[in-house]
Structures are given as structure tokens and as C-alpha cells.
Design a protein around this ligand. Structure first.
Ligand code: SF4
Ligand code: FES
Length: 588
């Protein structure tokens, strides 16, 4: 394999790679602004210039490359035997000059800038810049602009790397952004009457290396150094996009893409970035409920469990069937435990997968690209994360798994004839999900609804159990391409609610003989969430064993051969990032 030497380190590379790509893949720091792996190379910011020596093809002697001129490492492809210096006096002098030039008109507003703390201009200023500004003249003032639905431009912070412009040309193909003016009057702008309004628009905020492009939704919401980040998976569509969820003190503040070349590359759609707001909805169900003389009343968990198990058992004991409808918003582990619960109460229980919301057709960017193209990004028409995974798991439990229409048929739609006496509906949908037909078919049946938001189904149910959103629990989703991906718990479960897996385990424990009365004195379990610093704690008094997604996957694989891939093929989130302080920590 060919190799080059960068700052004294020998690095092997694949033919065609640029010097900067090789340095990045070997963890060698070369400053860079305009370069991005997902965009074309323009070599305009000039901070990555390096000194290169290369073997002369005629003599074999290593000589200064291109007469000793500094070359942009992001654009210069490597050749075997090159010797590259990004830390030579000449290269360092250029880095200082570029930094000084970029800071001439840059405002000193870091204390009020959202990018502060994750800004490349700040970091490089510290690493490569001068300690003192020599500029004494008036700085050029640029305007603040509203570019579109999600993005603001603070133009005087812009360093003209043009990443944002290239993104709208090369990835979305919408070309809303352009560069106007010349010299120190250069600005990013939109064309008159055409805002930045495409389904991937907010990715330009992630691309901007400084605080010029800002997310309206996150504006002044948090200082970034207070945020903890947890790896997650898109829980709103079938894309399986990899995410970082940024949260603090149990509240989610923003969602950003996590690079995965097999799935979402570097991007996510705006519907995923902003679609999590229902997690903090004030309408969330927090307290279990039951019907008392036909009137819905709040109750505690043991009472709700007791009534739910009693009602389901009674239905099965009287020769009736129990039916379970699992929504495609639930994880594979939830589906397995709920399916096991239904089959424990009634071995002939009817299992079904709830309706899968779909809007339009799959859309691939750049327009017209094949979904398999290296830089293609696809927005899925299917607006639920786990229809395939839920079906796969329920099918492994044996028997036919009904579609939504088939499930309604089993409940008596059209014929009015059905032997189903009790129905468990696990919804967990962020918006209205099942249609009025389901409600109509529930007449005369005992209904247990596990859900996160109130709906006509929870109004109709005999027992209501508040569930947890995907950001409040661990699990696995199978995306539209059949990829199984695990996700972490980001924030604690809303007070009073429980994950669907925990609800199923608790009810299984009651079926196994756990005493509900004594559960009121059950051991309190305090679970802290993962992250650089635990984001919070969930205090529960589980009747059964505490829910553990990894243990559930192992149980699934051990009990059903068709689920063996849940221990071998699940793509796990990255380990927790290690926080390393810039300065020595002093013990006080
Ligand atoms: S707004 Fe940001 S991404 Fe766009 S050119 Fe300026 S610095 Fe680069
Ligand atoms: S990163 Fe190479 S010139 Fe900008």
C-alpha cells in the first residue's frame, strides 16, 4: 500500500485520497474550514496549506513539490513517498495569516453566539491564531437575515467557506443560497422571494463552521457546554437515520445528524430534526387510568395493572380471544414483550401490526440520484420507524400476524362477528394514528390502551397506561432497508409513565404470581441515563425485573431461532464519548 509522511508520521493511503483526507483518517490535525467529506472541494479558505516534498520521478530524490509553494492539502492528491509538513514554520505562518485575515471583520460576540463552544473559528483562533489583534480600523458591519423557515444568517460572522452554498447546489439541488458582493462586502444571500426552504434546509446550520447560520429553533436556548449528547436513531420515519440527541436536565434541546455512511451519510431531514417536540408535550399521559362505574378516573400503577390483568384473564377464561395491536412506533423489544404477554394470557391471542402512516413517495437527494449512490440521501415516505421490526418479532412468536385491515376483520369489522373479548392497543404514536374504524370495532370489548398522548382510543379504553417515547428508553428499530439499529435512552421517562417493555414485564410478573398489594412497598429502582454526565434518574417500583433492552434481545435470540440476528446483526450506537478537559483539573 502506498504511504506518505505527515508531520513525521507514516500514513498508508488508498490511491486518489487527498492529503487532508489521509490526515483526517489518521487523526492528524490539519486546520480546515471549506473542506467537507460530503461536498465538492473548492480549496478557498487556504488554512489547510501545507509544505510538501515529493520524490522526483527522474532522479528519485525527494525535492520541494511545485517549487516549494504551499499547497492546499484538501485538494492535493497524495502520491507515494510524499513528505508533508503542516507544522513547518512556513505552514504555521500561513495558518496565522489566514486566521488574522478571517478575524479582521469578525465580531467579538462569542458571549452571545450560539456556536460558542463548538466553533471552529474559536478553536483555531486558540490553536493557530495570534493572541492580539493588530486591526484598529472599523469592522465592516453585515446584516442579520431571515433566510427561511428554520435558518437565520448573522452575515458578519461568515468566513465565506461556501459550504452552505455547495450544500444547496450539490445535495438538495435547490440552489437557494448564493454569494453576492466582492471582497469584504461578500455575503451569503438568497434570491429575492425565494427563501431557504427545502426538506433538508437545517443541515446548513451543522455545516457552518462558525456561528453565521443559526437554527431558529435552538436560538439562545442553551449554552452548548451544558448539553450532553446521546446516540439515537430516527424514531419518526423508516429511514433509520443516525442521530445525536442533545439534552440537559431531562429536556431535549436539539437533534443533529450522526455520520453513518450506510444510512444517512452526514444529513437528516428537517422533519426528523424538529419532529421530537411531542416528547415534551404538556398533554403527555402521566397517570394510569381506569373506569369506575363507567367514568374514567386516575389510579396508581398497581391498581391499573391489577384491573388490566384481571380483565384480560377474564376475557380469555370465558372462551373469548385476546387481541394485541402493536404500533410501528414501538421497538422490537417492546413488541416481543407485549406479544409474550398476550400469548401468556391467551395462547391463541390474535397479534396485529398497527397502521403504518405513509406520506407521498420516497424522495432521494440530489434529485434523480439512485438511493444507492454514495452521497444520496433518501427521505422515506413511511412515517414510522419500525414496521418491519415489529412484524418480524411478532411473527417469530408463531401464528399469523394480521395487517391492520386483518386485525379490524378479526374484531368484527364488516361482519359484526368476533370472538375477541379483550383488546390491548400499544400505540405510542406522535399524532392521530388509528382511524375511527378501530374505535367502532371496540364496542363491547375490554380495552387496555398503552399510549403517550390522549386520543379517542384512550378516552374509550377501560384501562389507560402511560407509555414512554423512544427518547426515554432503549431499544432496536429495523429501518426500511432491513438494518437493525439499537438506540440509547436519552432522557428519563416522564414522571408517572413507564416504558412499554417495563409495563409488559410487570404484567407478566403478576401473571407469574407477583403480589400487587405488596408491590406498593416494592423496592425503589433508580436508573440513571447514559451520557458524559447522567442526564437524570428514573425512579420506578417495577413489579417485574427492570427492563433491559440488551437482556431482552438476548432472550429473544435464545427463545426463537428466527430472532438470532438480534444478538449478531444489531448495529450498536458508539460508546460514550470521552470528555477530555483542555486544562489540568485541579482538585479543590
Ligand atoms: S454562512 Fe457559514 S457555511 Fe455559509 S459560507 Fe458563511 S461560514 Fe460558510
Ligand atoms: S480546507 Fe483546504 S483550502 Fe479550505
Amino acid at each position: 500500500m502506498p504511504s506518505i509522511t505527515i508531520n513525521g508520521r507514516v500514513c498508508e493511503f488508498s490511491p486518489g485520497q487527498t492529503i487532508l483526507q489521509i490526515a483526517n483518517s489518521h487523526g492528524i490535525e490539519i486546520p480546515q474550514y471549506c473542506y467537507h467529506d460530503g461536498l465538492s472541494i473548492v480549496a478557498s479558505c487556504r488554512i489547510c496549506l501545507v509544505e510538501i516534498h515529493a520524490p522526483n520521478p527522474r532522479t528519485g530524490q525527494v525535492e520541494p513539490f511545485m517549487g516549494g509553494k504551499l499547497m492546499p492539502s484538501c485538494q492535493q492528491t497524495a502520491s507515494d513517498g510524499m513528505v508533508v509538513y503542516a507544522d513547518s514554520p512556513k505552514a504555521v505562518a500561513n495558518q496565522k495569516a489566514v486566521m488574522e485575515y478571517l478575524l479582521i471583520n469578525h465580531p467579538l460576540d462569542c458571549p452571545v453566539c450560539d456556536q460558542s463552544g463548538e466553533c471552529f473559528l474559536q478553536d483555531y483562533s486558540y490553536l493557530y491564531g495570534r493572541g492580539v489583534s493588530r486591526f484598529e480600523e472599523q469592522k465592516v458591519k453585515q446584516p442579520k437575515k431571515d433566510l427561511g423557515t428554520n435558518v437565520l444568517l448573522y452575515a458578519d460572522r461568515c468566513i465565506m467557506c461556501t459550504r452552505c452554498v455547495r450544500f444547496t447546489r450539490e445535495v438538495t439541488g435547490t440552489s437557494e443560497l448564493c454569494v453576492t458582493g466582492r471582497g469584504n462586502k461578500e455575503e451569503i444571500d438568497v434570491f429575492p422571494g425565494v427563501g431557504l426552504d427545502n426538506p433538508l434546509s437545517a443541515n446548513v446550520v451543522d455545516l457552518c463552521p462558525v456561528g453565521a447560520l443559526l437554527d431558529k429553533d435552538f436560538l439562545f436556548a442553551q449554552r452548548v457546554w451544558f448539553l450532553k449528547e446521546t446516540p439515537s436513531i430516527d424514531g419518526l420515519t423508516a429511514s433509520g437515520d443516525n442521530l445525536w440527541v442533545h439534552h440537559n436536565e431531562g429536556s431535549v434541546h436539539r437533534v443533529k445528524p450522526r455520520h453513518n455512511p450506510r444510512v444517512n451519510k452526514w444529513w437528516i431531514a428537517d422533519e426528523i430534526r424538529y419532529g421530537w417536540k411531542f416528547v415534551h408535550s404538556p398533554d403527555r399521559l402521566r397517570t394510569p387510568g381506569r373506569r369506575q362505574y363507567g367514568v374514567p378516573v386516575a389510579c396508581d400503577w398497581p391498581r391499573a395493572y391489577d384491573d388490566a390483568v384481571g380483565g384480560l384473564r377474564a376475557a380469555a377464561a370465558n372462551g373469548g380471544r385476546v387481541a394485541l395491536l402493536v404500533s410501528p412506533f414501538l421497538s422490537c423489544e417492546d413488541a416481543f414483550l407485549l406479544g409474550t404477554l398476550a400469548r401468556t394470557i391467551d395462547p391463541g391471542a390474535i397479534l396485529g401490526v398497527g397502521p403504518v402512516p405513509t406520506i407521498g413517495t420516497d424522495t432521494t437527494f440530489p434529485n434523480g440520484a439512485s438511493p444507492d449512490a454514495p452521497n444520496a440521501y433518501t427521505i422515506r415516505a413511511e412515517k414510522a420507524p419500525n414496521a418491519r421490526g415489529v412484524r418480524r418479532v411478532l411473527e417469530a412468536l408463531g401464528g399469523k400476524v394480521e395487517t391492520y385491515e386483518g386485525f379490524l376483520g378479526a374484531l368484527g369489522k364488516g361482519t359484526g362477528a368476533s370472538d375477541v373479548r379483550a383488546v390491548v392497543i400499544a400505540a405510542n404514536a406522535p399524532r392521530a394514528w388509528a382511524d375511527g374504524d378501530l374505535e367502532t370495532c371496540l364496542g363491547g370489548k375490554f380495552v387496555v390502551a398503552i399510549d403517550i398522548l390522549p386520543s379517542r382510543l384512550t378516552d374509550r379504553a377501560d384501562i389507560v397506561l402511560p407509555g414512554a417515547t423512544w427518547l426515554e428508553k432503549c431499544g432496536t428499530f429495523e429501518n426500511a432497508a432491513g438494518l437493525l439499529q439499537a438506540f440509547e435512552q436519552c432522557i428519563p421517562v416522564r414522571d408517572g409513565a413507564r416504558s412499554e417493555g417495563q409495563i409488559a414485564l410487570d404484567m407478566l410478573a403478576i401473571l407469574g404470581g407477583a403480589d400487587v398489594a405488596t408491590s406498593r412497598r416494592a423496592k425503589v429502582v433508580v436508573e440513571t441515563t447514559r451520557g458524559q454526565v447522567a442526564a437524570g434518574a428514573t425512579v420506578t417500583t417495577p413489579l417485574g425485573e427492570p427492563f433491559d433492552a440488551g437482556a431482552t434481545r438476548a432472550r429473544m435470540a435464545a427463545s426463537h431461532a428466527s430472532l438470532a440476528r438480534f444478538t449478531t446483526d444489531v448495529s450498536m450506537p458508539p460508546a460514550e464519548p470521552k470528555a477530555s478537559p483542555d486544562m489540568a483539573v485541579v482538585e479543590l
